[in-house]
Design a protein around this ligand. Structure first.
Ligand code: COI
Length: 355
């Protein structure tokens, strides 16, 4: 595909202290933009200096939440190569989200070529320290300039990049999670499986309440029976109960995480029993009470592997594995980041070399 590149005349200073990167607060020098309309399809693919984007005030994105996104990372490999992790999986999921939200889809090869081109241009922004990476945020938004409620016909696809450290302030230390009993994030038939901004907007109130009580994030229950564990919002969840690794099955209201899928594949290859099934909050707390809940952790691109040390639901509170990271979560973290950073073998060809 044809991508025009306009380089910035004012490169920014790159962060010098990589321990203070945080998550998604610093942006690189350039961004990618491409427009869509039904007559021309996707057109005007361009890399331009990072800046504000002019958007018509009537745009569909502002009024009806027509927006989808992905979260990906580029890493510095052990031999100096730049690596992205399973980018075609993100391309496919982005298209599934686009289909649900009536936004235009992007050819998978074009999607990866765009990321390769931008990441190569921005490669000096990829931090060097262990646990850091360049977070890549592709997103598509509808920008039809009128207020009728209808499927989007005009859209823009954009990609921005941010050098990041750990998503949670806790890093790899266990987080405190509150199981939400009031609000719901998604229902089957809705947009729960799509990565759209609206899902996250709907989660903010419960997240704010949980944070005020000292929790890191909220664990969502299913929206119908309010009984089955779904996901955290910024990550999928896994539990080790009596030797079995249980993760909520993809019922349509849970995000099909790429880190989730990779962890399941790694665990099965190591002969762990992994069940993708319904897990009720009652079963979880019964396991916590009778001592069979051995470990809990979240999986996500931003969160990587995030051990869950404390769980609360209504008036009950449980400490998991003494509030410490467990052996399976630690193994998954080491294995996954080892593959991503090019330090461990990559038997399933997950690493995509950018340059
Ligand atoms: C990711 O893990 O990349 C996400 O998109 C989760 C969150 C930061 C919204």
């Amino acid at each position: 595909m044809q991508i025009t590149v306009t380089k910035t005349q004012n490169p920014k200073q790159k962060p010098t202290d990589e321990t203070k990167l945080g998550f998604g607060r610093i942006f690189t020098d350039h961004m990618f933009l491409m427009d869509y309309d039904p007559q021309q399809g996707w057109h005007d693919a361009r890399i331009v200096p990072f800046d504000y984007i002019p958007v018509h005030p009537a745009s569909t994105v502002f009024h009806y939440g027509a927006e989808i996104f992905e979260g990906m990372k580029a890493y510095r490999g052990a031999n100096g190569q730049i690596i992205m992790f399973r980018p075609y999986e993100n391309a496919r999921r982005m298209n599934d989200s686009a289909e649900r939200l009536c936004l235009p889809q992007i050819d998978e090869n074009d999607f990866v070529e765009i990321l390769d081109t931008l990441v190569e241009l921005e490669k000096d922004w990829i931090p060097h320290s262990e646990g850091t990476s360049l977070y890549i945020r592709p997103f598509t938004y509808g920008n039809d300039p009128h207020l009728g409620v209808h499927a989007v016909s005009q859209a823009t696809f954009a990609v921005i990049c941010s050098p990041v450290g750990a998503y949670y302030a806790e890093g790899i230390n266990p987080v405190k999670i509150a199981i939400e009993s009031q609000d719901v994030r998604a229902v089957r038939g809705g947009t729960g499986y799509a990565k759209c901004g609206g899902n996250y907007a709907a989660s903010l109130r419960a997240g704010q309440r949980a944070e005020a009580k000292g929790f890191t994030q909220v664990l969502w229950l299913d929206g119908v029976e309010r009984k089955y564990i779904e996901e955290v919002g910024s990550m999928n969840v896994m539990f080790k109960i009596g030797g079995e690794i249980v993760t909520p099955k993809l019922t349509g209201s849970v995000l099909p995480g790429i880190t989730r899928k990779s962890c399941i594949e790694l665990l099965r290859a190591k002969d762990y029993t992994v069940s993708e099934r319904l897990l009720s909050v009652d079963e979880l707390f019964a396991a916590a009470q009778n001592g069979t809940l051995e470990e809990a952790w979240g999986t996500g691109t931003a969160a990587v592997i995030s051990p869950i040390g404390w769980l609360s639901y209504q008036d009950k509170e449980y400490t998991v594995n003494g509030g410490a990271i467990g052996p399976v979560a630690q193994w998954l973290y080491d294995e996954l980041t080892g593959i991503q950073w090019g330090k461990r073998p990559d038997p399933a060809d997950w690493c995509h070399t950018v340059c």
